[in-house]
Design a protein around this ligand. Structure first.
Ligand code: GTP
Ligand code: MG
Ligand code: ZN
Length: 286
């Protein structure tokens, strides 16, 4: 469920009881380490404490945030306070696509938007809604919370999103028992102050588990190979009938992906692709 000073809190699958567990020495020797979301075998040694003996096979493993066995990612973003660039959404999405996890995009803080900004939101939703479920929420005005609960119910999910978008606030609303710490934004920069510092799995009273996670300052995508990147943009696959089967959709002739920009592929998505592609090429040539 969580880590604290090198001890892991384990929740018993059957009884729901919690044990603060040491890790076996051999984990260190083997260079493995349980992460939040792992299913483990443990031996309780006394009241509320024990030792993790074995880590079971991970059904999925997301690197950022680092969490195992989740069914879905709930990506929280905002148009205001802070204004999250679309490129940031795209970075999170390709990391989830890389491990084949479905992602729900939650637009939080809609209480702050005026009518122009709502129009902008609608345009953004159009870019993503064909491939990702989208939801509008406000933790402050309690909007969209029922839908969010339905999304989380009986699943293991992780929240993701930059600092200050309201991840912890949303969880406090839907599961008031959890009482997570919520941070102010820094006034000048309108950025979050990295209030949540550890990933932690929470049991939801209506069924399921969700991880609250810290927002990242920078989101590393360097594990993706340049050639693999195009497969992580689902809308590209649909129109990819390019002349060359290994077309990377940058400046090859007969590229049907480039032809689709402005119609079935949003310009911002293509721009993200090109930026990420260049970034990955640079990494890999180093
Ligand atoms: N107006 C408004 N403010 C919100 C909303 N949700 C959260 N906030 C505020 O946004 C700030 C940051 O909220 P947090 O829940 O700490 O954000 P976080 O995503 O958990 O941030 P980190 O833990 O740093 O990654 C707090 O001041 C919240 O009160 C919302 O729906 N509307
Ligand atoms: Mg938080
Ligand atoms: Zn192409």
């Amino acid at each position: 469920m969580r880590f604290h000073s090198n001890m892991a809190t384990v929740e018993d699958w059957e009884t729901g009881e919690r044990y603060v567990c040491k890790l076996r020495g051999r984990f260190k020797i083997q260079g493995i380490r349980p992460i939040v979301g792992d299913i483990v075998e443990y031996i309780p040694d006394s009241f509320e404490s024990g030792r993790i003996e074995n880590i079971l096979h991970r059904k999925s493993e997301l690197k950022k945030p680092r969490i195992a066995n989740v069914d879905q990612v709930v990506l929280v973003t905002t148009l205001k306070q802070p204004k999250i660039p679309l490129k940031m959404i795209d970075r999170f999405l390709i990391l989830a696509e890389k491990v084949s996890l479905p992602t729900v995009i939650v637009f939080n803080k809609i209480d702050l938007l005026d009518s122009n900004e709502f129009e902008e939101l609608e345009q953004i939703e159009k870019i993503y809604s064909k491939y990702y479920r989208t939801l509008r929420t406000s933790a402050k005005k309690e909007i969209g919370l029922k839908e969010l609960k339905d999304i989380l119910k009986n699943k293991i999910s992780t929240l993701a999103g930059l600092s200050g978008v309201g991840k912890s606030s949303l969880l406090n609303c839907i599961s008031p028992g959890v009482k997570l710490r919520v941070g102010e934004l820094s006034e000048k920069l309108e950025r979050g102050k990295h209030t949540t510092t550890h990933a932690e799995l929470l049991r939801l009273e209506f069924g399921g588990y969700v991880a609250d996670t810290p927002g990242f300052a920078n989101l590393d995508i360097s594990e993706i190979k340049p050639d693999e990147l195009k497969k992580l943009f689902p809308e590209f696959l649909e129109v990819d009938h390019c002349t060359f089967p290994d077309c990377v959709h940058i400046d090859e002739p007969g590229c049907t992906v480039k032809e689709a920009i402005g119609t079935s592929i949003a310009e911002s998505r293509y721009e993200s692709y090109v930026d990420f592609y260049r970034e990955l090429l640079e990494n890999h040539s180093r």
